[in-house]
Design a protein around this ligand. Structure first.
Ligand code: PLP
Length: 359
């Protein structure tokens, strides 16, 4: 039996998208591919609100997260860490042989503009990484306020992971001054995993051009040269790009603003459902994610049992990630999910644990 996914990634994929993936194969050096590639990257430029380059890579998100480090980190990088994925990005930066420092926040807290200012004002860094929406903790950091600080440091590469947020709210890459914005498609974009999208500003391309040790697979220069022909350096995951083409059509049909509003509404709905039943939210108030909700198990319910029972009736439920596994649980409300999808899960939770109907 297939389980309906309420874990924060991968998330359910619409049948129309699965059907698009069954499109007969084309050669990536054929003009049919160039047309597809051009259409998909222009759609993505609208969603990401950028006139810069948008590249398609075949990998999980961490491939391109590593690529950004290899292309853009010169002298020294500061990695802002407030959860498992941002911690890992710091580790990846070091493993690439780069000089880097982590600025750490307690889990549940956002990256703050004050911490960004304090780190960059030392003058030690030529690059920074942060995760907009820390999927491990359900915390969304204040990107516009951080972008305001970044304006005073134009020489510092502003590298942002939006894996679990891009398209769920407005993230205008150029206005925010993001030099490289990265996302994998299996979370907020609700596609099967395997395709990654990343942008490069003019500054990012200039930095990459002079960088030693960029490697080949994620070399921004290779991507830029091929982009001029609406192509990729090596064979792309064409089926996933068919899926992306269909998903962009679906997004524009819904309307981007309607998509943002749907995410805001679902987030409010899940938060209210949980808090009215006596669960505390894990994130610092005001920084709860719009795409998933992470709650503390303040009622001391048997999360392992709940997960097991939900699994038996066809729902995949998450009981926390990394060091907060078991103490927290997360409910995803991203991608193409609707209120009725969530109601299926929430009523199943009550059916399994009747005490959840009440405070
Ligand atoms: C899931 C996730 C990643 C890792 O993605 P992979 O595709 O597994 O490499 C990175 N960042 C964030 C914010 C995520 O949610």
């Amino acid at each position: 039996m297939y389980k309906k996914l309420f874990i924060p990634g991968p998330v359910p994929v619409h049948p129309e998208i699965l059907a698009a993936m069954a499109t007969p194969m084309i050669g990536h050096r054929m003009k049919e591919y160039a047309e597809l590639h051009g259409r998909v990257t222009s759609g993505l430029k609208k969603v990401m609100v950028t006139e810069g380059k948008v590249f398609l890579a075949t990998s999980s998100a961490f491939g391109v997260m590593e690529g950004a480090i290899r292309n853009l980190v010169g002298r020294r990088c500061v990695n802002f860490c407030n959860g498992a994925f941002s911690d890992k990005w710091h580790d990846v930066t070091l493993r690439c042989g780069k000089q880097a420092d982590a600025v750490r926040f307690d889990w549940g807290r956002p990256v703050t503009p004050e911490a960004v200012e304090a780190a960059l004002s030392t003058g030690k860094y030529d690059s920074m990484t942060m995760i907009h929406n820390e999927t491990s903790t359900g915390v969304m950091s204040p990107l516009p306020e951080i972008a305001e600080v970044m304006r005073s440091y134009p020489e510092v590469m502003f590298i942002v992971d939006t894996v679990s947020s891009m398209s769920a709210l407005n993230i205008p890459v150029d206005d925010l001054g993001i030099d490289s914005c990265i996302f994998g498609v299996q979370k907020a974009f609700a596609l099967p995993p395997g395709l990654t999208v990343f942008t490069a500003s003019e500054k990012a391309l200039e930095r990459a051009a002079g960088m030693e040790g960029r490697g080949y697979y994620f070399d921004y220069m290779e991507f830029a040269a091929n982009d001029a022909k609406d192509n990729t350096p090596s064979t792309p995951c064409v089926s996933q790009i068919f899926a992306m083409d269909r998903q962009l059509e679906r997004m524009f049909a819904e309307g981007l603003e309607a998509r943002w509003e749907r995410h805001r509404n679902l987030a409010g709905y899940v938060r209210d459902w949980l808090t009215s039943r006596g669960f505390e939210l894990f994130p610092e108030p005001g920084y709860g994610s719009l795409t998933l909700t992470c709650a503390r198990n303040t009622r001391g319910i048997d999360l392992a049992l709940l997960k097991k029972r939900l699994g038996e009736i066809g729902f995949a439920f998450d009981d926390g990630y990394g060091k907060i596994k078991g103490q927290t649980f997360r409910i995803a409300h991203m991608g193409d999910m609707t209120r009725s999808d969530l109601d299926e899960l929430l009523s199943a939770m009550i059916a399994i644990m009747p005490e959840l109907a009440y405070h």
